[in-house]
Ligand binder design. Structure first.
Ligand SMILES: O=C(O)CCC(=O)c1ccccc1C(=O)O
Ligand SMILES: [Mg+2]
Length: 362
């Protein structure tokens, strides 16, 4: 089985996190879903525990779709309604049916993602990141104060300085939590906490495009737009209006690699392809998308397999701060071996039905 021992679980404790994976036979689907999934040959529901709580979730679940171009993944968070979740399913269909056209590079640089952790644990994540020169640190979480954020950033900066000999960077991600005044204060303090390590950008410091625009005239640190792009009806207009210099491109909420690449191009901004905490099946599609982007690649937020305690396939690994372009299929030995909890399976069937009217016809 391709379960993985996590460093803190070691061989001493016998706890092995496992991915559960269940096939839903296509012929058992209601007619509308069968129509929307007509290019899909295989449908799986998975669930995997996380190693670290992230975005208030402790386990991830989603669907895996198989089509003529391979496997795709959709794992919309449960606070997303049917219409928004349908974009993620469009993305999985796109990944499964349309090959990502062209690879401009064999590997892409990635950042290590640092959740809300103690300074010691945050430093350890950087040290165990396999050479990432860029660390993205979550800040402004409801469960942490600015003082704690500063301590985490300082610990991350020290860890980068100890472990990386080339240029190093810190990115901050506030997930829209600050108002403009709070952002100005917090960013100054966090910059000070990072010491010699420059802040490359701050991701979604405020929630709205208007606030981002106001803020970008008050600070020198570049701004990256994430939620304002991925949750907007018109992502390109939203990116342009925000005054951001960097566009965070998440292929799942944007409807898949094809649409994400078009949005990336049309924003005219520098692009960071980032994950939505998928398994390595979805992450591999993200890496292929990032490898298709023109221009010098910024470090991608795709090194999140290590936030999961198990995976549905061989995890995408980081080496020298980069991930190689790859494809991934769910491990056939896992399918129906330890099945997904019945309640979760029913929840997914109901969700797919609710999403069905919003899934694009193709
Ligand atoms: O960008 C990364 O480093 C990892 C991905 C990430 O942070 C993320 C993952 C899931 C949901 C939201 C976010 C986010 O960027 O806010
Ligand atoms: Mg973000």
């Amino acid at each position: 089985m391709t379960t993985r021992l996590t460093p803190d679980e070691g061989p001493m404790t016998k706890t092995r996190a496992t991915a559960t994976l269940t096939r839903i036979p296509m012929k058992t689907l209601p007619p509308l879903l069968r129509k929307k999934f007509k290019a899909i040959k295989d449908l799986l529901v998975y669930s995997v525990p996380m190693r670290t709580r992230f975005r208030r979730v402790t386990s991830r679940d989603g669907i895996l779709l198989h089509g003529k171009a391979g496997w795709g993944e959709a794992a919309p968070f449960w606070d997303y309604g049917p219409e928004e979740s349908a974009r993620w399913i469009d993305a999985a269909i796109n990944e499964a049916t349309v090959p990502i056209p062209f690879t401009r590079r064999k590997s892409v640089p990635v950042n290590v993602t640092v959740p809300v952790l103690s300074p010691e644990a945050a430093a350890a994540r950087v040290e165990e990141s396999h050479g990432c020169a860029t660390a993205k640190v979550k800040v402004a979480d409801p469960g942490s104060t600015l003082k704690e954020d500063c301590a985490r950033v300082e610990a991350v900066a020290d860890a980068l300085t100890r472990t990386v000999k080339r240029e190093r960077w810190i990115r901050l991600d506030a997930n829209g939590a600050w108002d403009v005044d709070q952002a100005v204060t917090a960013i100054h303090e966090l910059e000070r906490a990072a010491g010699d390590v420059p802040i490359e950008y701050v991701e979604q410091p405020c929630a709205t495009a208007d606030e981002l625009y106001e803020l970008h005239r008050l600070i020198d640190v570049p701004i990256a737009a994430d939620e304002s792009i991925r949750r907007a009806p018109n992502p390109v207009a939203a990116a342009r209006m925000s005054g951001a210099q960097v566009a965070v491109i998440k292929i799942a909420p944007l409807g898949g690699p094809e649409r994400a690449l078009r949005i990336a191009r049309d924003t005219g901004l520098r692009v960071v392809v980032s994950s939505a905490l998928e398994t390595s099946v979805g992450l591999a599609a993200g890496v292929r998308t990032a490898a298709a982007l023109p221009g010098r690649a910024l470090a991608c937020g795709l090194a999140t397999a290590s936030l999961l305690a198990a995976d549905v396939t061989a995890p995408l690994e980081v080496s020298g701060g980069r991930i190689h372009v790859a494809t991934r299929s769910p491990d056939p030995k896992l399918i129906d071996h330890s099945p997904v909890d019945g309640d979760l399976l029913s929840k997914w069937l109901a969700r797919l039905m609710a999403c069905a009217p919003h899934i694009l016809d193709r």
